[in-house]
Structure formats: structure tokens, C-alpha cells
Design a protein around this ligand. Structure first.
Ligand code: ADP
Length: 360
């Protein structure tokens, strides 16, 4: 029991009453039994809480009464009065105190009910808002994934054909540049489609032990040409780390999204454009850092970057799905993904993945 309120107590009496065990001593007994205790001389009572004995004696407390504060059959606390005269608290005084205790009990209970219902109303409002948002998202997701499925096949054909043409050799230089643009833009469109499909979860992951460094290499190879076009220098730092149990496609998708964001952030401003990707071990798994020398993320934008459809990019450049999809993928792998600003400018995105199950 804790002392919540007092009047006229000496400092040492307050100190011994600050916390009291339920069940022990006079007040503790009232709290445990719910029965009023009435005494002529508190100091002489054998049930007095031993640590309080000296303070009660020093303060010369004699007449004492303690009543329970109840509500709906439960004892919530006690209300005690002591006085320095040996006049016994009379029946009327005790009845008044008991009635007061009862009123306090009702007031406390009402306050509790009120704050409880306030909390429930807040919770209900929040759930309702989440439900509306989820409904909207799933409707958009369904629609988008239907369209994405349809677009995916022709995109794959265009990409395949342009690669075949590029590989054939007998192409004029001007046409080669144009073909490269076709291939790049097609793979950009394919990435958006993949993000949409993963967002709508129309993809069954296949997990196996995979090397994070290999995934980084593959993604950087894929993006090398585009990065070079915008004078982005690629720096990699690979420290040996254990393979993680993951879906390679999904991890590459995450890396593509992070590299693409870093690229877009840097392309919009003057050089130097340096993309640093680090891979290394972390307690129980692996860690990938994607660092850029772009403008960084403004503080008011930072809390929203993982929200689906949140983008600060002009239409056509951003769908606002890259980070939200990546976050979903990493969370499903029981890992962590977060973004922060680098002390010297630019943004840093960090992925941490646990080793996970090592045998399938
Ligand atoms: P999108 O790239 O389509 O806008 P994302 O979900 O990938 O969608 O990113 C959301 C937003 O996060 C971006 O619009 C941008 O404002 C911010 N952002 C992401 N990566 C970076 C980065 N490397 N530097 C600065 N801002 C970033």
C-alpha cells in the first residue's frame, strides 16, 4: 500500500507510512479484511505495525480508527484517523468516516471507469482508422497486382529482345545507345511491377542459405551501367559474414530499391556521387549498409519513408513502394531495415538479417 494523501502527520510518521504491507499492522489488516479497526490507544495495541511503533509513541497518538475504501466488493485502500487525546472515536464519527470511505471508493471507481472508457474509445478510433487504411490498401493492391501481372510478360519480352539485339553485334553505335535506353527503362518498369506484385504479396518466397555479398554483387552489376551514366562511383567493402537463410530474389529486390533510391538522390545534385555498399557480420547474422552522398532525408520526411505510397519524387520517378516493400520483406525475414542521415551528409540505409534456419 502507498500513502496517497495525508494531513497533520509528523515527518517520521509519514515516513513509516509511505509504504505498508497488505495484511500486516493495523492499516494492513483493514486493507486485507475490509473490517473497520477502532482503538482507544493505538500505541499499546499488539497488532500495531512494528516499524510504526516508535513514531506512534513519539507523536502520542491514542484514539485511532481505520476504515476500508471499497468499491464493488474490492478494497481499494484505507482511510485512517488518529488523535492525541484518549477520547474514543464515537459511533457517529466512525459511521461518518465509513460513509466517506465509501464515497471515495465510488469516486475512484468512476475515475477508473472514465479513463478506461476514454482509452477504449481512443483504441477504437485507431483500429477504425487502421481498418479503413488497410481496406484502401488492399483494394489498391489487388487492382495494381492484376495490372502488374498483365504488364510483366510483355516487359520480359521487350527486355529479352533488346538484350538479344545488343548481343548480336551488327548494330550501329547510335542504335546501340537507343537500345540501351530501351533496356534500362524496361528494367526500371519491371522493378516497379515487381514491387507492386510483392506489395500485394502475390509471390511465394523460396528461402535457402544465401551470401549477402553475392546479392550485392549481382545488384551492382545490374545497375552498373546506369550508375556510370550519372558519374556514380561505386565503393564496396566486404567483410566475411555467415550466409543467411533468405529468398535471393527478395533480397535483391530490397537492394535494388535501396541502390535506386541512392542513385536518384545523388543524380539530382552536383558530384561527388559516391555509392558505398558494405557487407559484414552482425551478432547472429549479416548486415548490409547502403550509403550515398546525396542530400540526405529531411527530418519531417524521415518518419514517413516506409509508408506505402509515400514519395517526395515527381510522378513517374517514384511510386512510394520501394521502401515499404523492402521493409515488409526484411521484417518477414525477421530482420531489421532502417534509414538515417550520415554525419557528413547523405543517407544511410541499413539491413540486418539473422542467419535463420540453416537447413531446409
Ligand atoms: P520512391 O523511391 O518511389 O519515392 P521509396 O519508398 O523507395 O519510394 O522512398 C520513399 C521516400 O524516401 C522517397 O520519395 C524519398 O523522399 C525518401 N528516400 C528514400 N531513399 C532516400 C535516399 N537515399 N536519400 C534521400 N531520400 C530518400
Amino acid at each position: 500500500m502507498r500513502l496517497r494523501s495525508e494531513r497533520g502527520m509528523s515527518a517520521h510518521l509519514r515516513e513509516v507510512n509511505e509504504t505498508l504491507p497488505v495484511g500486516a499492522g493495523l492499516i494492513g489488516k483493514v486493507a486485507a479484511t475490509g473490517e473497520t479497526v477502532l482503538l482507544d490507544s493505538a500505541a499499546d495495541d499488539p497488532h500495531l505495525f512494528p516499524p510504526a511503533k516508535r513514531a506512534v509513541k513519539t507523536d502520542d497518538i491514542r484514539g485511532f480508527v481505520c476504515v476500508p475504501i471499497r468499491s464493488r466488493g474490492r478494497v481499494l485502500g484505507t482511510l485512517s484517523l488518529g488523535r492525541q487525546t484518549s477520547d474514543r472515536f464515537n459511533e457517529l464519527e466512525v459511521a461518518l468516516l465509513e460513509a466517506t470511505g465509501h464515497q471515495i471508493g465510488i469516486a475512484l471507481d468512476n475515475a477508473k471507469l472514465y479513463s478506461e472508457s476514454q482509452r477504449q474509445i481512443e483504441e477504437l478510433k485507431l483500429t477504425q482508422a487502421q481498418l479503413i487504411r488497410a481496406e484502401k490498401l488492399s483494394a489498391v493492391g489487388e487492382l495494381a497486382s492484376g495490372v502488374a501481372h498483365e504488364i510483366n510478360n510483355p516487359l520480359t519480352t521487350i527486355l529479352g529482345q533488346s538484350h538479344l539485339l545488343l548481343a548480336s553485334g551488327d548494330i550501329k553505335e547510335g542504335a546501340r545507345d537507343r537500345l540501351n535506353i530501351i533496356a534500362e527503362e524496361t528494367s526500371r518498369a519491371a522493378r516497379i511491377v515487381q514491387n507492386l506484385l510483392m506489395f500485394a504479396r502475390h509471390y511465394t518466397p523460396e528461402r535457402r542459405p544465401c551470401s549477402l555479398a553475392d546479392q550485392v554483387r549481382r545488384v551492382l552489376e545490374l545497375k552498373a551501367y546506369q550508375l556510370r551514366q550519372d558519374d556514380v562511383e561505386i565503393r564496396t567493402e566486404f567483410t566475411p559474414c555467415p550466409p543467411v537463410y533468405a529468398d535471393e530474389n527478395q533480397i535483391q529486390q530490397v537492394l535494388l530499391n535501396l541502390v535506386q533510391n541512392a542513385h536518384q538522390a545523388m543524380a539530382r545534385q552536383a558530384p561527388p556521387h559516391i555509392l558505398t555498399v558494405r557487407v559484414g557480420p552482425v551478432d547472429g547474422g549479416g548486415r548490409i549498409e547502403v550509403l550515398d552522398t546525396g542530400p540526405g532525408i529531411p527530418p519531417d520526411v524521415l518518419p514517413k519513408i516506409f509508408d506505402p505510397f509515400f514519395t517526395t519524387k515527381p510522378p513517374g520517378d517514384g511510386s512510394g513502394l520501394g521502401l515499404s516493400v523492402s521493409y515488409g520483406i526484411i521484417s518477414e525475414h525477421s530482420g531489421r531495415l532502417w534509414g538515417e542521415n550520415r554525419p557528413d551528409g547523405g543517407a544511410a540505409f541499413i539491413v540486418e538479417l539473422p542467419v535463420g534456419k540453416t537447413t531446409s
